[in-house]
Design a protein around this ligand. Structure first.
Ligand code: AQP
Length: 330
């Protein structure tokens, strides 16, 4: 039997080059070798304010972007998180096995809550829902970027505590799935900060649907330094980020890039990076716009319906076991 993999992305905007190089591209590489479930994390996305009209568009768009990037709906279970109500239900049960203290230590909560005037309980509780997502399906591996590793650790702690409280191996302990060359892509405007969908400065983020001209403009405006030397160094976060992007796409090492670009200067180097990025995005966008024709509405709905039904078969069984263990009448 193939090992189980589970992962998701929040539909909090158009997906970014960070989502692609840090997550989606790896999902595509592993889709033949594992039993994969990939969901659109719509429940997670409302932990910060969302406009309902935009959210609805972004959810559908995320499904299309998954497929346009190369996820095969025949090989993978693709679904929307809110279509499988067991996620929220298990989330509640796990809330009752999680301590305030451990959630307060989560760096994502600390970072994101700084940007909010009124911090929502859901944002604080985000890792518990993520634990429910993972534990419902007995996921063996969860492909996570460095930024999500702390959330995976807490999912393991919650699972272990639950199993020992109820003296039964209900939950499998998930492992992080680390793929080589998983890039962490930083903001083009503040290169010490992660590139994010919801960055207020849209020039800081490359979206998967940005056209060639936009990609070139954003990369040309990317913050660098005044040295004009292409060298991979922590002291040059802007150039380091562009080299990371170029290396992730071209699979060239930093040494090779330094050698190839040593006489170019930043202007030319930026053009090369922008061109490499757009060459990756062009076929994704072509497929995306094909999918977005209204003729495909039923096709997309059927993928999500089938995905939710498949996911629910497993989720339903697991939730019953959990309800039984805690003493509910099932
Ligand atoms: N900049 C990034 N570099 C590498 N990997 C990234 N991921 C996200 N941004 C980068 C990876 O994508 C997966 C899903 O992330 P998500 O969109 O669900 O949540 P997030 O990490 O909070 O992403 P954003 O864009 O920053 O969302 P918003 O703006 O809504 O807060 C994860 O595997 C993540 O590692």
């Amino acid at each position: 039997m193939k090992k189980q993999i589970l992962s998701g992305i929040q539909p909090s905007g158009i997906l970014t080059l960070g989502n692609y190089l840090g997550a989606l591209r790896n999902w595509i590489k592993i889709q033949n070798d594992y039993d994969c479930k990939f969901f659109v994390a719509d429940l997670h996305s409302i932990t910060v304010d969302q406009n309902p009209i935009e959210l609805r568009k972004n959810i559908k768009s995320a499904i299309m972007q998954y497929i346009a990037c190369g996820l095969d709906p025949e090989k993978n279970t693709i679904f929307m998180q809110s279509h499988v109500h067991e996620h929220a239900e298990l989330g509640w049960i796990l809330n009752c096995s999680t301590y305030m203290g451990e959630l307060s230590r989560m760096t994502q909560f600390k970072d994101k809550s700084k940007k909010q005037a009124n911090i929502k309980v859901g944002l604080f509780d985000y890792p518990v829902l993520m634990a429910a997502d993972i534990l419902l399906y007995d996921a063996d591996y969860v492909p996570v970027g460095e930024d999500q590793r702390q959330h995976l650790e807490i999912a393991r702690d919650i699972a272990q505590r639950f199993n020992s409280t109820y003296n039964k191996e209900i939950f499998k302990l998930p492992e992080a799935f680390i793929t080589e060359n998983t890039a962490r892509i930083m903001s083009l405007q503040e290169p010490t900060k992660k590139m994010s969908k919801s960055d207020e400065n849209k020039e800081a983020t490359i979206f998967l649907l940005d056209d060639r001209e936009t990609v070139l403009r954003k990369i040309k405006k990317a913050v660098t330094d005044s040295e004009n030397i292409i060298k991979y160094s922590d002291e040059k976060p802007g150039i380091k980020n562009l080299m990371n992007i170029y290396s992730a796409i071209s699979e060239k090492t930093y040494k090779q890039i330094e050698e190839e670009c040593k006489d170019l200067g930043y202007g030319k180097f930026k053009q090369i990076v922008a061109c490499a990025v757009s060459d990756v995005l062009d076929p994704i966008q072509k497929k995306y716009y094909e999918l977005s024709s209204s003729e495909n509405d039923e096709y997309l709905k059927s993928i999500c319906k089938k995905g939710a039904e498949t996911a629910q078969k497993t989720a339903e069984k697991k939730l019953k076991e959990v309800y039984d263990a805690v003493g509910f009448i099932v």
